[in-house]
Design a binder for this molecule. Structure first.
Ligand code: GLU
Length: 313
């Protein structure tokens, strides 16, 4: 299956004869706006890692946060990826199609005693100057109804879940006091990113998560959820995060740094340069497929190892 769009086609890779690699990676953009330079870096890094491993690279649209979904953003993202020569394996997935498995995961967590309803509001937390997002009162003791309240996951205390060897950022250790109860189902009934991402990665057989370093802090929750749901743990590699000159995070919803598609090889080359690869002089005139061949055979992730962020000038 492939998704055709006005200016580009995201195809499905041809099956190969070689034994399949167990590596399954993915790119999982939220359709809250079009891709910017930072998302290009995440897409490029995750696909190049999958190509290096001879594995698969899946594409999933994370469209659960409906109030933030921008009409037309999904097709624009598919256009951008297609024009830039990205080719994904398997069918295009949308998280919104998987409500049943999200609900089943919530039920499994509830039955295991991992959840509680929480009535703390954002305003209350602001008043308490509490920005960690955790429950600030004794909601866990009050057995509140789920309806009209957020549902939180009690993070297990096993220190192994708070520490892992990130394939790019090295050994990570997080403080248990920061990782207590995260929202897995919002007050408005929407299943939260932390749970959906874990469930959908596992359902797709994802083995290796490569994404921006802005999601490093989410990883302990996701490792906890994998553990509590009895799902295999994935490896993680967090790519350096691109910041605006003033230090602000690039955001699709703020339309930061739109991607220039008139010269796709120039844009791809810029993404590669941001990943500290050195595409040869003249690459801007190459067809994108040729630049992809070059990138796949010259990809050196060691060049960005330990690099957490950098600012655009
Ligand atoms: N949907 C998330 C985003 O667009 C990425 C999730 C992930 O890679 O785990 O930022």
């Amino acid at each position: 299956m492939s998704a055709s769009t006005a200016t580009g086609t995201i195809g499905t890779a041809e099956p190969t004869q070689a034994a399949p690699s167990p590596y399954v990676g993915r790119f999982a953009p939220s359709p809250t706006g079009e891709l910017h330079l930072g998302s290009l870096v995440a897409a490029l890094g995750s696909r190049l890692e999958a190509l290096r491993a001879g594995g698969q690279w899946l594409l999933r649209i994370e469209d659960l946060d409906t109030p933030r979904v921008l009409p037309g953003a999904e097709s624009r993202i598919l256009d951008q990826l297609g024009t830039l020569g990205f080719i994904h394996d398997g069918p295009l997935e949308r998280q919104s199609a998987h409500g049943q498995r999200h609900a089943a995961a919530l039920e499994q967590l509830r039955a295991g005693g991992h959840l509680f309803a929480c009535a703390c509001t954002r305003r209350q937390r602001a008043l308490e100057q509490e920005d960690s997002g955790r429950c600030i009162s004794d909601c866990a003791m009050r057995e509140l109804p789920w309806s009209g309240n957020a549902v939180r996951y009690r993070m297990p205390t096993d220190p192994q879940l708070l520490c892992w060897n990130d394939r790019l950022q090295g050994m990570q250790r997080y403080d248990a006091s920061r990782y207590r109860d995260v929202v897995v189902r919002r007050r408005d009934g929407i299943v939260a990113y932390q749970l959906a991402v874990v469930v959908d990665d596992a359902a797709a057989g994802v083995t290796d998560v490569v994404r921006g370093a802005d999601l490093l802090d989410s990883t302990p929750w996701q490792r906890g959820l994998q553990h509590s749901l009895g799902l295999p743990s994935t490896t993680y590699a967090h790519l350096p995060l691109l910041l605006e000159a003033d230090g602000a995070k690039l955001a699709k919803s703020r339309r930061s740094l739109p991607l220039q598609l008139a010269q796709p090889s120039a844009t791809l080359g810029l993404g590669l340069a941001l990943l500290r690869q050195e595409p040869p002089a003249g690459h801007v005139d190459w067809p994108v497929a040729e630049l992809w061949d070059w990138a796949a055979s010259h990809w050196e992730p060691a060049r960005i190892a330990g690099l957490r962020e950098w600012r655009l000038r």
